[in-house]
Write a protein that binds this ligand. Structure first.
Ligand SMILES: CC(C)(COP(=O)(O)OP(=O)(O)OC[C@H]1O[C@@H](n2cnc3c(N)ncnc32)[C@H](O)[C@@H]1OP(=O)(O)O)[C@@H](O)C(=O)NCCC(=O)NCCS
Length: 199
């Protein structure tokens, strides 16, 4: 993991330390997930407020299969976001990666979700993946907007495919994007942002 740790800045100048989740992070990761508002936890794949769910992630840490990247405050006391790149290295989906992002409520709408997406896309590119998938309930509007803004296209909807924590079923929306195209677009956007004004 030669690229880490690294420090990036949000639009408002807040420093964010980025690095893969490691053994010593268990307590702060649990605190992060327990601190999510119910409206965010409700729609996640696992009940992340349960210690045993997070304990299992740590017991099974394997970056080749799931690479979790944490965004931490600069003193590393608090997790601001967690993004994961899920891979299926041996099977017929070995060219595909799945991206998942969760941002703490206080840090949402400040560009952190987009920053985490960029980190995951760069990892997907480095891993030689072709296609990225993001899966969400059709009614997760913030996630849909965030991934649409990154050029992800709805590719399939599976009816009543997932159940929220309250036991209600929802349609699952699969959005996808080509990794190289997305990375190139992100690089162009960077250049556009740093280019001095032309007169
Ligand atoms: C989806 C999520 C990761 C976005 O994180 P974020 O840090 O708020 O994202 P950003 O600030 O980078 O915003 C990216 C874009 O998403 C869209 N967006 C995000 N939150 C939004 C909201 N509340 N209302 C409208 N648009 C929203 C906007 O288009 C935004 O771009 P803009 O700020 O330039 O308008 C965050 O809302 C979250 O953690 N939700 C709960 C978990 C989840 O649903 N994860 C996704 C499933 S993988």
């Amino acid at each position: 993991m030669k690229n880490y740790p690294k420090v990036e800045k949000l639009r408002d100048g807040t420093a964010v330390l980025l690095r893969p989740m490691a053994g010593g992070d268990q307590a702060r990761v649990k605190a992060f997930y327990k601190g999510l508002p119910e409206q965010d936890r409700l729609f996640l794949r696992d009940d992340v407020s349960r210690d045993e769910v997070v304990d299992r992630w740590f017991a099974e840490l394997n970056y080749a299969r799931v690479l979790p990247i944490l965004a931490l405050t600069d003193d590393e006391s608090e997790v601001m976001a967690c993004a994961t790149l899920h891979r299926f290295p041996q099977g017929w989906q070995r060219h595909v990666g799945e991206i998942r992002i969760v941002v703490a409520h206080d840090f949402q709408r400040r560009g952190l979700g987009s920053l985490m997406a960029r980190v995951v896309v760069s990892e997907a590119l480095e891993a030689g993946l072709d296609k990225l998938v993001a899966a969400m309930m059709t009614d997760q509007m913030r996630a849909r907007r965030a991934f649409s803004q990154l050029g992800f296209i709805p590719e399939a909807t599976l009816k009543d495919h997932v159940m929220d924590l309250r036991g209600r079923t929802h349609d699952l929306l699969i959005m996808t994007r080509n990794v190289k195209a997305l990375w190139e677009e992100m690089q162009q956007a960077d250049i556009a942002q740093t280019r001095p004004m032309e007169h």
